[in-house]
Design a binder for this molecule. Structure first.
Ligand SMILES: [Zn+2]
Length: 412
């Protein structure tokens, strides 16, 4: 492979994590006791974070153990619980430092419970956790069909939390063997706030997202803030309304992302296709960090959620998935590689005459990058042009299979 950066990379087979998430109800133990336990865990963990935050050079795990283990044990925490707490605190501080972030603040009442302090019985839908000297038995409220998928898989910890409405949530990361099939085709996705555009080499399909709906709720929240520039922070009623709007916005994004992820993973599996997406982690999320308009922030949040959801579903259904370099995916002609001229969202290629809208161009270019990468990895086309953008403009081999697909662009 020539070129500075690879144009595409496939997610490798092997062991991954897939998280079971379910609401639960207590069948043994009281909610107020559980709330107290989670509060104590959060308070002590936050104290460790506050302390670690003062260090210029962070101590290692062994040193952190020396510093906090005995103190936590004296407060009644179980041995493995204490370990989970200082490990969690150290991990949070480390990741925040890496991203030049602020000091982590634990806002959610939650705790991580070590496998030695928990029992998971999915056949009977029961999770038992021990926090200090209390034991809680939680019944999982999720479809059996969903829980069954995880039976027999390995897990190492249980996360438990209580939300603002007093609901209990359990999440358990399971080890999952990802063994994707060999793809016969590709489906590429170009994502924007309004639409997801899909391309399978023959047809373009568009589907409306619900991200615009989520955005309008955020805009509504911002308007309220502007209407009460000083008051909104302190007035409980106004603050409550603003928070509710943000929450609803977030739920719409997460909900839609999950539904779409399932849809596309099943569609890909049915046609033995690989999903091809832009790798937004590398370039786009970081380079646009500075922009803080609501639309940009919501885009970043939504795309990330969607990307994670698609990845999780691909792993679950053993669907191969590829990430391509997002550079120039909408600025170069997918047919001849020349630079496109845009008028609003409509692109024209002055060299070969291609006319298509921006999203279509994006989906096609993502598709082509995926295809080239697949040829490269399968070794079926040793003479394929090198995977860099310059190559697009040069002569093509006659037998490139995507050519007759692209000819149909005018019907789009
Ligand atoms: Zn062209």
């Amino acid at each position: 492979m020539r070129g500075r950066t690879a144009l595409a990379k496939a997610v490798p087979r092997g062991e991954k994590l897939l998280t079971l998430k379910a609401q639960g109800i207590l069948t043994n133990g009281s909610v107020s006791d559980l709330r107290e336990e989670l509060y104590l865990v959060c308070r002590a963990t936050q104290q460790i974070i506050d302390f670690l935050w003062k260090f210029d050079k962070l101590p290692n795990l062994n040193q952190v153990h020396q510093m906090f283990y005995k103190m936590l044990r004296r407060q009644g925490f179980r041995a493995h619980q204490a370990k989970q707490m200082y490990k969690h605190a150290l991990a949070l501080v480390k990741s925040s430092r890496r991203n030049n972030g602020k000091k982590p603040i634990l806002r959610k009442l939650s705790a991580r419970i070590d496998k030695y302090d928990a029992k998971v019985d999915l056949e009977n839908r029961v999770v038992v956790v021990k926090l200090r000297d209390r034991e809680f038995v939680i019944k999982l409220l999720h479809r059996n069909e969903y829980l069954k998928k995880f039976i027999g898989k390995k897990w190492y910890e249980v996360m438990i939390s209580i939300d603002r409405n007093g609901r209990i949530w359990i999440s358990i990361p399971f080890r999952w063997e990802y063994d994707p099939y060999i793809p016969r085709k590709l489906i590429s996705l170009d994502i924007n706030l309004r639409k997801v555009v899909m391309y399978d080499g023959r047809k373009i399909r568009r589907m409306n997202t619900r991200f615009i709906e989520a955005l309008s709720l955020k805009i509504h929240a911002e308007r309220i803030q502007k209407r009460y520039p000083r008051m909104w922070r302190y007035n409980r009623r106004i603050l409550g309304r603003i928070r509710k709007l943000h929450r609803r916005s977030r739920n719409i994004v997460i909900d839609w992302s999950r539904k779409f992820a399932k849809y596309i993973a099943l569609k890909a599996r049915k046609t033995r296709s690989s999903i091809v997406l832009e790798d937004l982690n590398e370039l786009w999320f970081n380079s646009s960090k500075k922009s803080s308009s609501i639309a940009d922030r919501l885009s970043r949040f939504s795309y990330r959620k969607l990307q994670t959801a698609i990845m999780a579903k691909a792993i679950e259904y053993n669907v191969p998935i590829m990430f391509v370099n997002p550079k120039n995916t909408s600025s170069l002609c997918p047919r001849c590689g020349a630079k496109l001229v845009y008028e609003h969202r409509l692109a024209t290629c002055r060299k070969c005459g291609l006319i298509a809208d921006r999203d279509t161009i994006g989906a096609m270019n993502i598709y082509l990058r995926g295809l080239r990468s697949m040829w490269g990895s399968l070794g079926s086309s040793p003479n394929a042009p090198p995977m860099n953008d310059e190559a697009r403009g040069r002569g093509r081999r006659k037998d490139e299979p995507m050519m007759h697909y692209i000819k149909s662009y005018k019907n789009i």
